[in-house]
Design a protein around this ligand. Structure first.
Ligand SMILES: NC(=O)c1ccc[n+]([C@@H]2O[C@H](COP(=O)([O-])OP(=O)(O)OC[C@H]3O[C@@H](n4cnc5c(N)ncnc54)[C@H](OP(=O)(O)O)[C@@H]3O)[C@@H](O)[C@H]2O)c1
Length: 257
């Protein structure tokens, strides 16, 4: 039995993965953005260890989420699943002065990785759209670029892979991998999504707990429990380090050695 924390598990793929893990006998800690969503998550999976609360668009609240997780002790696996989509029509600025998509999808996983007690496994939920992301990492805060919601989302999902691979390299004692779930009809995916919902949430759960040889690797990228080659630049150490340095500067939080 493993203990697993899943971010963004009040709904969608995070909740589905949490339900699967719980059915398999694992202990799951859920996460919701606020008290009302906390109650929804609790009702959806009453067997959960608990529900931590915090809006990941806020650096202060993300710090608090990490503290709440740590109060439950050390986890075997953390799944960085929470995310916002590609339909934001303009640059929505957070209280920290950052674009909302970057704050939730890129910076929050970095902060949680840095502050949650180091688990044995880290899983980062990316997207096929990461391939469209800008690997130059210029203008992470969208101060000079004209806003494009699809590019901002694609960038953030590229960041998730870079973070997974950067951590895999920096922390050889941790299995750190990324995946794409496929385009499926969750709240984010929308009703027109065409991929297989039955498959979409399984890879993150499998990478978190399975002892299969195929799942106990690090620095790899998956789709439907099969390895897949991500955008080539994700393997570039200099780009991984550039993202980590950017996140350090935006958050003021150091990644432990
Ligand atoms: N669905 C797809 O087709 C698809 C494709 C590729 C990749 N993905 C990735 O899969 C992951 C899960 O997406 P999904 O499809 O399950 O989306 P979803 O149904 O919209 O669920 C997203 C989860 O993240 C939470 N969340 C969003 N913003 C948050 C914030 N600021 N603070 C705290 N929690 C927040 C949501 O909370 P609320 O319930 O309160 O909104 C929800 O629990 C994401 O990383 C996404 O990028 C999805």
């Amino acid at each position: 039995m493993a203990r697993v924390f899943v971010s963004g598990s009040s709904d969608g793929l995070g909740l589905m993965a949490a339900e699967l893990l719980s059915q398999q006998g694992h202990e799951v800690l859920l996460h919701a953005r606020n008290q009302s969503r906390r109650n929804d998550a609790q009702a959806a999976l009453p067997r959960a260890l608990g529900v931590v609360v915090g809006d990941l668009s806020s650096i202060a609240q993300t710090r608090s989420v990490a503290e709440q997780v740590n109060a439950f002790g050390v986890f075997d696996a953390v799944i960085h699943n929470a995310g916002v989509g590609y339909r934001e029509p303009r640059r929505i600025e957070t209280d920290d002065g950052l674009p909302h998509v970057f704050a939730v999808n890129s910076l929050a996983p970095y902060i949680l990785t840095a502050l949650i007690h180091k688990p044995k496994r880290l899983v980062y939920v990316s997207s096929r759209l990461h391939e469209r992301g800008d690997a130059s990492l210029e203008d992470l805060a969208w101060k000079t670029r004209a806003w494009d919601g699809l590019t901002a989302y694609s960038d953030s999902k590229l960041h998730d892979v870079l973070l997974a691979f950067g951590i895999a390299r920096r922390w050889p004692d941790v299995l750190s991998n990324a995946l794409e779930p496929g385009w499926v009809p969750t709240k984010m995916g929308g009703p027109g999504a065409t991929d297989d919902m039955e498959q979409a949430f399984r890879t993150q759960a499998w990478l978190a707990v399975s002892d299969d040889q195929a799942a106990t690797v690090t620095g790899a990228y998956f789709y439907h429990m099969k390895p897949r080659e991500p955008k080539p630049e994700t393997h570039a150490v200099a780009i991984q380090e550039r993202l980590i340095e950017g996140c350090r500067l935006f958050s003021g939080i150091e990644l432990p050695g």
